[in-house]
Design a protein around this ligand. Structure first.
Ligand SMILES: Cc1cc2nc3c(=O)[nH]c(=O)nc-3n(C[C@H](O)[C@H](O)[C@H](O)COP(=O)(O)OP(=O)(O)OC[C@H]3O[C@@H](n4cnc5c(N)ncnc54)[C@H](O)[C@@H]3O)c2cc1C
Length: 455
């Protein structure tokens, strides 16, 4: 690492300790056996921990002057290798920027390094809450959710993060010798959202809020998965019943949730229901033949849903891996049932009901025992044959993941805020490829089909 760069940092806390470099260069890409192999040994050369926006500006300027690549990092809970540095350089850990900037009745502005759990706890004291959060809420940061996240608990009501109105504005620092501070609003926020931090350092984010109801953690079990899926859709679209989470799991997935001790052989729906509409919810569960096995004040049941489902499954059985897919908006249930009938023995279905681009639908995160690329490709194609769209969860390349389309405007924006292509290099294929490109497993993984994330 360039000594002139380190001295340009002045008193900004930084570490070159080997253990710190290892920890802060890693994320949750170990979820994918393919990505684990592809990212092995990728390390930053220094970890920087700015405490103020002024220090972030100084870092941006120093990186530009000394041509040092940099990767922004929140809590490092991303699972697509987003925060893993491919070209050495600096990891900029944003956790020191953790203040709420201001608060209005139905919106909030906070610094990017604030943990979503801490922010939500604060908001709830006065009856509002985040519209949605990842199941990693306790650890994940606001900037990391915007930079690498997609949707989560609350998306059954509010859609996904990129749906218009779910991010109101953000402040961005460009990577130039004299960095600019940009405020993006309206559609422009999506230039930065889910861009893996390749286009500027986000220091503040403004979000709209939702009413904080009294939520109940609830589990309903069913003899048959198809019925559980029908119930999930009825609850998700049942406008009178308050809900925040509708997460449905085919057996054997509930068996991976050891502490919950769910009945063997049954499908399970893990839910958050508004206390005011509990009776209506109970009537709906009865109508679908479900048995309510848990209904208690909110205590973190969501940490078995969304990405946590995969984590619990992998902890129970390391031979498992996953796909990420979205069921079609027409005949969502039909496609779910067809996929389950054809592939259910091999790919265990996990559904998260969510609104997406104005439609109620289900994201699927099927789990299966990994046997190699051939099996993975076969499964991708079998899902696609039923009208299901796939995102490639096994590549760190932004476009190849399929959740974000990088059009000309996105590329032009990237070039304007990071003209030397220093931010998170190697993640945008064709623009900032690493010397020699990618090869082996990483290349094969990048070539897995991804049918995109749009209706
Ligand atoms: C068990 C588990 C469950 C999960 N569940 C969900 C879920 O429900 N929904 C979901 O969407 N995701 C989920 N994820 C993925 C991840 O936890 C979330 O996206 C989370 O919001 C990431 O926050 P983070 O602070 O850890 O970000 P990081 O992993 O640190 O960063 C994510 C990306 O954002 C960039 N970034 C971070 N901070 C900034 C900044 N200030 N400026 C610019 N770029 C920045 C990074 O460079 C990186 O590319 C899950 C992951 C795991 C391991």
């Amino acid at each position: 690492m360039n000594d002139a760069f380190i001295s340009a940092l002045g008193d900004i806390p930084h570490s070159r300790d080997a253990a710190a470099l290892r920890v802060k260069s890693a994320d949750f890409s170990w979820f994918s056996p393919i990505m684990s192999a592809a990212l092995a040994g990728r390390l930053a050369e220094v970890v920087l921990s700015p405490r103020t926006e002024e220090e972030v500006v100084r870092i941006a300027s120093a990186c530009a002057r000394h041509r040092v690549p940099l990767v922004a990092r929140g809590a490092g809970t991303g699972n697509f290798g987003q925060a893993v540095p491919l070209a050495g350089g600096a990891v900029v850990e944003m956790l020191g920027l953790e203040k709420m900037v201001w608060r209005r009745p139905w919106s909030v502005r906070a610094q990017a390094g604030i943990r979503l759990g801490a922010l939500d706890d604060e908001l709830r004291k006065s009856g509002q809450e985040l519209r949605m959060h990842p199941s990693t809420k306790r650890l994940a940061t606001l900037g990391g959710f915007v930079g690498g996240g997609h949707a989560g608990v609350g998306s059954v009501n509010w859609g996904i993060l990129r749906d218009r109105g779910n991010i109101l504005g953000l402040k961005l620092i460009t990577i130039e010798e004299t960095p600019r501070l940009l405020e993006l609003r309206g559609d422009d926020v999506n230039l930065v959202h889910h861009a893996y931090g390749v286009n500027g350092l986000v220091t503040e984010v403004e979000l709209p809020l939702a009413p904080a109801y009294e939520w109940l953690d609830t589990i309903v079990v069913f003899d048959c998965f198809e019925r559980a899926a029908e119930f999930g859709m009825a609850l998700a679209t049942g406008d009178g019943i308050l809900k925040k989470l509708v997460s449905v799991h085919a057996w054997p997935i509930p068996g991976f949730f050891k502490p919950l001790q769910l009945p063997a052989g049954k499908a399970a729906a893990l839910l958050m229901i508004g206390a005011e509409t509990r009776e209506a919810f109970e009537a709906l569960a009865r109508a679908f033949g479900g048995e309510i096995t848990l209904c208690v004040p909110e205590a973190g049941l969501y940490e078995y849903t969304w990405g946590h489902t995969t984590m619990h499954a992998l902890r129970a059985d390391r031979s498992l891996t996953y796909l990420v897919c979205i069921f079609p908006r027409e005949d969502t249930l039909g496609a779910i049932k067809r996929v389950h009938a054809k592939l259910g023995e091999e790919a265990f279905l996990h559904l998260e009901y969510k609104r997406f681009n104005g439609y109620m639908t289900a994201e699927g995160v099927p789990l299966f025992r990994y046997q190699g690329f051939e099996q993975m490709t076969r499964l991708y194609k079998a899902f696609e044959a039923e009208g299901v769209r796939i995102a490639n969860a096994h590549t760190f390349l932004l476009q190849n993941g399929g959740m974000k389309e990088l059009d000309a405007a996105q590329i032009a924006f990237k070039r304007s805020v990071d003209p030397q292509l220093l931010m998170n290099p190697g993640k945008v294929a064709g623009l900032d490829d690493l010397p020699g490109g990618i090869s082996g497993t990483a290349l094969e993984a990048a070539q897995l089909p991804a049918s995109g994330w749009a209706y």
